[in-house]
Design a protein around this ligand. Structure first.
Ligand SMILES: [Zn+2]
Length: 83
């Protein structure tokens, strides 16, 4: 069962992140501005959206699969349980 939990871009989980891009023999670490959250489906910036959890274990461990805007949750995860 999938779950959707409301989130805000200002949540502390979105502070101090970075992305590592691996190339042929090198890695580049790119800092992500605090509070910048893009929908994992449509790439639109999210101020208020949802975290998707793929199951009970992921929900209990607070390990979301990703963050999604309201429109993508409606279009792709309409059967997920909203918390
Ligand atoms: Zn979206």
């Amino acid at each position: 069962m999938e779950y959707l939990r409301p989130c805000q871009a200002s949540d502390k989980r979105f502070v101090g992140r970075d992305i590592t891009v691996s190339g042929d023999g090198f890695d580049s670490v790119i800092p992500v501005p605090d509070g910048l959250v893009l929908c994992d489906a449509c790439n639109q910036e999210i101020e208020a959206g949802f975290l998707l959890y793929l199951g009970d274990e992921e929900l209990a461990a607070d390990q979301p699969y990703g963050a999604f805007c309201s429109a993508c949750c409606r279009d792709y995860y309409s059967e997920a349980v909203r918390l």
